[in-house]
Design a protein around this ligand. Structure first.
Ligand SMILES: Cc1ncc(COP(=O)(O)O)c(C=O)c1O
Length: 392
């Protein structure tokens, strides 16, 4: 048995188990538990999207497909971007992938060789560093600064973490789990740094439409970058359209990378199944009413969390500028992992421990607030009652 593991390549042997999944495994079957641990809401995918996939299946679209996505989906993505960013986009700069996660994995395969480094501001969604490790690369954590539950990042901190092995910077704005949402000046500084040092930016702006500062979307590298800047944008259908279980995403990248991206897709999944691509087209073309309702649901969830935590002196929390997570510190509740497990056992609320997002998350807990107002209000009531009972 040990020999079998010893025979694996180092990346596979060393890949860390996800701390989020650890909490899910521990609490999954607890009766009456309200699950706020995963990055998804409680609504299923809208019917109009499901029907597009079903129709395609019954129409016999069951054959091999274009590795980088059917032209109609890439055109729909270009039109969607035009609506969001106010200028035309070339469909040939879009590459359909099997999820946002796979988009990240492919971007890492593009730029990260054995021993190469990618900077990851932390606390961060753990899958990027996990995927870098699996490749034999290294995710270098760049601790963000925190004050009163608000997080910040500067290009200077990124510059200080660079070494001759740095090949890329991962920027997730709005961020999971912190809600940090970069302003345009910070993006400008990071882009200048990437240009100067000749490294790629992997831009993860999947939560761009979940922004709570009054804008329609967060500031984007797309607002300031040239078409041939070294930026790989990863994205997904998961969040806007409640499609987490479908596993469909995309990359937007300079057209010059087309052959490299096609090859990486060919030698991994060889393309996303056509019915799911049809679902993606339906999402982009008919999904706006759902997206608006989903954003409103998250906005309401953010308010419910803020109201529940207000005035609670055991909790350090600032309402996030973007994304749909509350990331808060609970005084005196032991380690994050213990806190998450006790919240499962004693409050029947499923949360993700802050340490799942790196060492800088110690003491913090994450909950996802895209959920029906009733269910979220009940979860918050349980959590606050648990804390007020003097637990910990
Ligand atoms: C920051 C970030 N990027 C990417 C993803 C990937 O989403 P998916 O693999 O469901 O497309 C997630 C999912 O939680 C995320 O939080």
């Amino acid at each position: 048995m040990d020999d079998l593991v010893a025979g694996l390549q180092a990346g596979a042997r060393n890949a860390p188990p996800s701390g989020i999944i650890g909490a899910v495994r521990y609490g999954r079957d607890k009766e009456g538990l309200i699950p706020l641990w995963a990055g998804e809401g409680d609504l299923p995918t809208p019917r109009i999207i499901c029907e597009a996939a079903a129709r395609s299946l019954y129409d016999g679209e069951t054959f091999y497909t274009h590795e980088r996505g059917i032209p109609e989906l890439r055109e729909a993505l270009a039109a969607y971007y035009e609506g969001l960013y106010g200028r035309p986009f070339d469909p040939d700069t879009f590459f359909v992938t099997g999820s946002g996660m796979q988009a990240i994995q492919i971007c890492l395969a593009l730029v990260l060789g054995e021993g190469d480094e990618i900077l990851v501001p932390t606390p961060a969604w753990p899958n990027v560093s996990g995927a870098a490790t699996v490749r034999g690369g290294k995710a270098v954590p760049v601790p963000m600064r925190e004050e009163g539950g608000r997080w910040s990042l500067s290009a200077d901190d990124l510059a200080a973490a660079m070494t001759p092995r740095t090949r890329a910077i991962f920027i997730n704005s709005p961020a999971n789990p912190t809600g940090w949402t970069a302003d345009i000046e910070t993006l400008r500084d990071i882009l200048a740094l990437a240009r100067e040092r000749g490294v790629y930016i992997v831009a993860d702006e999947i939560y761009t439409r979940f922004v709570w500062t009054g804008a329609d979307r967060s500031a984007s590298f797309l607002d300031i970058a040239e078409p041939d800047d070294p930026i790989l944008y990863v994205n997904t259908f998961s969040k806007n359209w409640a499609m987490t279980g479908w596993r469909v995403g995309w990359i937007h990248a300079p057209a010059a990378l087309r052959q490299a991206l096609e090859s990486l897709i060919q030698y991994s999944t060889s393309g996303v199944s056509v019915p799911y691509q049809r679902a993606g087209i339906a999402a982009l073309t008919h999904g706006e009413p759902f997206v608006a309702a989903n954003i409103a649901r998250a906005r309401r969830g953010r308010e419910i969390v803020a109201a529940a935590f207000e005035g609670n002196n055991r909790i350090t929390y600032a309402s996030p500028d973007g994304a749909f997570y509350a990331f808060f510190k609970v005084e005196g509740l032991g380690s994050s992992r213990e806190a998450a497990f006790r919240l499962i056992d004693d409050a029947r609320v499923g949360t993700a421990p802050g340490t799942a997002f790196g060492d800088t998350g110690e003491g913090f807990v994450r909950v996802c607030f895209v959920r029906s107002a009733d269910s979220l209000t009940e979860a918050m009531r349980r959590m606050v009652r648990f804390l007020e009972s003097g637990a910990g």
